[in-house]
Design a protein around this ligand. Structure first.
Ligand code: ATP
Length: 585
């Protein structure tokens, strides 16, 4: 709320003024009754009372509007900061979280904040001085009746003390359950075809219903406690009213007070009643708001990367325009990058078996280095560590001889083109997807990359060409098309280091041969690391790193490894060839 303090203060001041005017109204009413009693002219008092009512209403409405506007502004700021933070989060933090739950924190929790951040705080600020003012004025009118009133209102204090923490807990659980529902929904929608193909709709629906029921149960619990405190508020005001009527009537009869004072006192009590209700509501709303704010704050506390340096398009514009000059601050050497792993040890989580144990290799600038090995050997992990998605527990990963931990992340990644194993494509148009990593690339360069990635025919076939939407996760495209888009996206970045993770596994023979030539061409100009599952790829590689159970087993050329390494021979005989493996020799 800090940046919007001016709005909060304005809204609160207007509300306060409106409420103070409401406080004066009973005094004017008392005077009116006195004037009527004395048979004097009352037109002026009636006019004054009407003006007070009107002005009070206008001020209250203006205050309300300013506060609503401030609520929107507070939530807008929260959502901006939260979304910016989400994209800066470190990869392990997001891998540990549930995407659906994170989404609900940005959408649902901030909506709860919208309703509970500014208004209740402002109401409380307005309520308290009005309550104190009313109590003082009531005391001035009749101390005995004030004692009676406060005694009856004590019930509210007890009820709120008991219910507030319970409302908070239940509201927190309700928001957690909404988050769990988001996570469960994301789970099924993210693998919709798999769920359908498995015929698991009924089970998955039951799972979603369970989370919805959890949210309902927690919501009902909060509502129950809110009803208890609300009822306690209403009952205590009613009791106070009846007691004041009874005791006040007796005091009027005995001459201890007069009718006009009793009328004024009752009017104060009337004006107090909605404030008491409001305060009780405020306590409940603040509890729900507190629970939502906690969930938002948890995202704020998740580990994030620092943001520095120029924006993406500037990094790439500079990089693309002057490949021979220092491309941008920090890129120590232009041209192809060198990579080295120096006794790298790494486990994805403490307690898990290490994915890398003492991994060491060096890759010179230019040329193609292939990583081969059985599934789970740690090949993809090499790429994750170079991109600094994860950091080694021991040893060093060096790019251009500089520890990747010393590179600003944006600058490090601007030097790299990465084609992931499952070639993700984002919702949006084909053009959005191609330019994702190089917004400034266009024109002839785009045409050239489309040709090299064999995408020209696809673009010609699509109804709106490059501007055709590709669907959620690119599901209007074939697997091979997605792979070629991912390769084109990486090439458009004119990377100093190209990382390809089994990027050709879904391609047909013709496209695979063409892209092999594209990758070989890239390797003549830049450094290419490829996780290879095809013989054609490893045969073309300048060097091959054989990995097994997180270790580097051997390094060499295809011919060298065929004679020197038994595992490589076995891989060459089985995994790399599409033909079934021959009998063991
Ligand atoms: N994000 C992750 N969190 C936890 N463990 C992981 C994660 N990613 C990979 N692993 C584990 O780390 C080990 C190495 O995984 P990696 O993906 O590097 O293997 P790979 O050689 O690329 O395998 P494949 O050829 O099947 O893709 C595996 O045991 C895998 O289960």
């Amino acid at each position: 709320m800090r940046p919007h303090l001016a709005g909060v203060l304005t809204g609160v001041s207007l509300g306060l003024l409106g409420s103070l005017l409401a406080l004066v109204q009973p005094l004017a009413a008392k005077r009116l009754v006195d004037e009527l009693d004395g048979g004097r002219a009352t037109a002026g008092w009636i006019l004054l009372l009407s003006a007070l009512v009107l002005l009070g209403a206008v001020l209250a409405a203006a205050g309300q509007y300013v506060l609503e506007r401030t609520s929107e502004a507070v939530v807008h700021t929260t959502r901006r900061e939260l979304t910016a933070r989400l994209l800066r989060l470190r990869v392990p933090a997001v891998e540990r979280a549930e995407p659906g739950d994170l989404i609900s924190r940005v959408t649902s929790d901030t909506t709860v904040l919208r309703q509970t951040a500014v208004q209740p705080v402002a109401s409380a600020v307005v309520c308290v001085p009005v309550l104190v003012g009313a109590v003082v004025l009531m005391g001035l009118l009749d101390l005995v009746l004030l004692g009676v009133t406060l005694g009856a209102l004590g019930l509210v204090a007890v009820a709120v003390t008991v219910t507030a923490p319970r409302i908070g807990r239940a509201a927190g659980e309700a928001q957690e359950a909404v988050g769990a529902m988001g996570a469960a929904l994301e789970r099924v929608l993210g693998a919709f075809r798999t769920v359908k193909a498995a015929g698991a709709e009924r089970e998955e629906t039951a799972r979603l219903h369970r989370t919805a029921a959890d949210a309902r149960r927690a919501g009902l619990r909060a509502a129950g406690w809110e009803a208890v405190s609300g009822t306690a508020g209403a009952v205590s005001v009613q009791i106070a009213f009846l007691l004041v009527l009874g005791v006040g009537g007796a005091r009027v009869a005995s001459g201890a007070t007069d009718v006009s004072e009793l009328v004024a006192f009752l009017l104060y009590l009337f004006s107090l009643a909605p404030r008491v209700h409001q305060l009780v509501d405020v306590v409940g709303q603040l509890q729900a708001g507190g629970a939502a704010a906690l969930r938002v704050a948890e995202v704020e506390r998740m580990p994030a990367e620092r943001v520095d340096g120029p924006p993406l398009h500037a990094l790439h514009a500079l990089h693309a325009l002057s490949p021979s000059a220092p491309a941008f601050a920090g890129a120590r050497r232009p041209g192809p990058a060198t990579v080295a792993f120096d006794r790298v040890g790494f486990a994805y989580r403490p307690g898990l078996p290490p994915a890398h144990r003492e991994v060491s290799f060096t890759v010179p600038a230019r040329g193609m280095t292939a990583f081969v090995g059985p599934s789970g050997a740690g090949k993809t992990t090499v790429f994750s560590l170079i991109e600094r998605f994860h950091e080694p527990d021991s040893g060093r990963v060096l790019l251009d001889g500089r520890d990747v931990r010393e590179w600003p992340p944006a600058e490090l990644r601007a030097a790299i083109g990465y084609v992931e194993q499952d070639s993700p494509v984002l919702a949006g148009t084909l053009r959005d997807n191609l330019l994702l990593g190089a917004p400034a690339a266009a024109g002839a360069r785009l045409g050239e990359v489309l040709r090299r990635a064999r995408l020209e025919a696809l673009v010609a076939r699509l109804p709106q060409g490059l501007d055709t939407p590709v669907g959620h996760r690119g599901d209007r495209l074939s697997g091979g098309e997605r792979q070629r888009i991912a390769i084109a996206r990486a090439l458009l970045r004119a990377p100093r280091l190209l990382l390809l993770d089994e990027a050709t596994s879904q391609l047909d023979a013709a496209n695979e041969a063409a892209l092999r030539e594209t990758v070989a061409d890239a390797a003549r100009r830049t450094t290419v690391l490829v996780v290879a599952h095809r013989l054609s790829t490893v045969a073309a590689a300048d060097r091959i790193v054989v990995m097994e159970e997180g270790r580097v087993r051997a390094v060499g050329t295809h011919a060298e490894l065929l004679s020197a390494d038994a595992l490589y021979r076995e891989l060459a005989a089985t995994q790399f060839l599409s033909a079934p493996p021959g009998p063991p020799s």
